[in-house]
Design a protein around this ligand. Sequence first.
Ligand code: 13P
Length: 253
Amino acid sequence: MRKPVIGGNWKMNKTPQEGVELVAELRDDLGDMADVEVIICPPYPALLPIGSELAGGNIKLGAQDLYWEKEGAFTGQVSPGMLRACGCQYVIIGHSERRHVFGETDAQVAKKVRAALDEGLKPILCVGELLAEREAGETEIVVKRQLEAALAGVRGEEISTLVIAYEPVWAIGTGRASTAEDAQDVAHFIRRTLAGLYDREKSEAVRIQYGGSVKPENVKFYLAEADIDGALVGGASLKAAVFAQLIRNSTGR
Ligand code: 13P
């Protein structure tokens, strides 16, 4: 049984103070949500105060990126150990904005996944096709390439610690969400690809999220699909009341 997992990716939004206020409100609103795992991914400067605010509760903390080296002359970068020290359990890796705005490659994504696992961080690995790739019928080719590259250094016993987020680039921040059926088709393809890389049993243990214009109104349609176990949410995670409603709707409460 895979536990539903809802992530809030704040991207480059919220000061530390605004972030602390948001999570305090969210925690009070949600109370004890034992049936869904909630992960908040704020910008780096907000991680430490939010980590303190969330300590002892059941909302988890994640970062939006990391660098694969442990320390040294890498101006602007943040190491896996630093994220752990802030209270992070998860880290988003290979988000489409990293890939397409900052030119991150499959090889870099793979190094980040390995570095996260080595530090005991759970990767939320993002994959997904561009609009032109979807229109050219290349969705599966792109997603398979991204998965094979990112997971090249991941051992069978580690794969269930990852969350895979399927985020079609054309659906992110556009209001043009994928249909639940199309998202399910790709999520099923992801699971089949994992079964090929590892085995069927291991693939069944991996949680797969859909991301791209997920809102309180549509979240339940994705979660109702057989291979979709959660959502990675951008815009709708930036207001506590909206995100709390989205989380409640995801479990039908
Ligand atoms: P939106 O929910 O704003 O479309 O963003 C999705 C996303 O990129 C989450 O990582």
